[in-house]
Design a protein around this ligand. Structure first.
Ligand SMILES: Nc1ncnc2c1ncn2[C@@H]1O[C@H](COP(=O)(O)OP(=O)(O)OP(=O)(O)O)[C@@H](O)[C@H]1O
Ligand SMILES: [Mg+2]
Length: 286
């Protein structure tokens, strides 16, 4: 059974995409897991980090993105979503990343979001607008050990499609006042949704991103998050670092994870994050 983990925050720019791409690459390259990355964000940043803009544009022009899945759900009489062609196999510009696949996003998702409440209910009234992704990827769901989902900075219907199949989710945050402000609301909303679908969704934890060691605000907010009881804090901390930002450039090629993400502790941070997750889910196996 695949373990599904969306990466969520209502705030923009807190490194959701960076965290989810690095985590997916880490699980694939160092933990030898079979990983699927689903890009639910119409900004398509995760997609272009993993396959580059040219290949994305080609796919987008041909309708091989998630937008087509959501469109098809709105117009089931002309269902044209082609999972096999949409699924991009062996992605990433790191050579040691072997088993990472991608379901790309599209800017067209922006226009679809509001229409999703109007999907036809189906013959047996079983179609929910948050069930589209679950149904769409059902044929490949169990081909993977982990499914990492990058989400847009909101808890709209598209994000709920990711939460619908989630085992647990991660909240990346910059440890400053404005970025941490909405975290309790996220946890409450996810709990309400888990209740509605009668399926437990675990708050795996908060991940500190873009951490500035010499900032009092960051230190104070980190200590605050450590004391929070609503959600555990991952031990892994991502410091502010230029090479983390350069990793967004797909046009470079790298042999190893370390080469792409840099030598300033980023490898250890991603390794520890992945390890905490793997231990959480594989503790009781063997
Ligand atoms: N540790 C870091 N140090 C420096 N820059 C970083 C770090 N992590 C991420 N960044 C940069 O910060 C910017 C925002 O990161 P990212 O796109 O991952 O955030 P996001 O939460 O996905 O944003 P959005 O809400 O727009 O989807 C990007 O330019 C990224 O390269
Ligand atoms: Mg993003």
């Amino acid at each position: 059974m695949a373990i599904v983990i969306p990466v969520i925050n209502l705030k923009g720019g807190v490194a959701k995409t960076t965290t989810s791409v690095g985590l997916a690459e880490m699980l694939s390259s160092e933990f030898k897991k079979k990983v699927l990355f689903i890009d639910l964000d119409p900004q398509t940043n995760g997609t272009t980090m993993l396959i580059g803009e040219h290949r994305w544009k080609d796919l987008n022009d041909n309708g091989y993105t998630l937008a087509r899945l959501f469109e098809s759900a709105l117009h089931p009489e002309e269902f044209t979503f082609d999972l096999n062609r949409t699924l991009q196999r062996n992605v990433s510009n790191i050579l040691s990343v072997m088993n990472l696949d991608l379901i790309p996003s599209s800017l067209d998702l922006i226009n679809l979001q509001d229409d999703l409440t109007r999907i036809p209910r189906g013959r047996f009234y079983t179609n929910h607008p948050y069930d589209i992704l679950r149904k769409g990827i059902q044929p490949i769901f169990n081909h993977y050990d982990y499914i990492i989902i990058d989400c847009p900075p909101n808890l709209g219907l598209i994000t709920l499609n990711g939460l619908r199949i989630a085992n647990g989710y991660i909240i990346p945050t910059i440890p400053d006042v404005l970025s941490t402000y909405g975290i309790p609301q996220i946890i409450n909303r996810v709990n309400d949704f888990a209740w509605e679908i009668s399926y437990p969704i675990e708050t795996l934890g908060i991940v500190i991103t873009k951490f500035k060691e010499n900032s009092n605000v960051h230190q104070t907010n980190r200590a605050k998050l450590q004391r929070e009881i609503d959600a555990p804090l991952f031990n892994a901390v991502f410091k502010e670092n230029n090479q983390m930002a350069s990793a967004a450039d797909f046009t470079m090629e790298y042999a190893t994870f370390r080469q792409k993400w840099g030598y300033g502790g980023q490898f250890d941070a991603f390794y520890n994050l992945a390890n905490e997750i793997v231990e959480r889910y594989e503790r009781n196996e063997n």
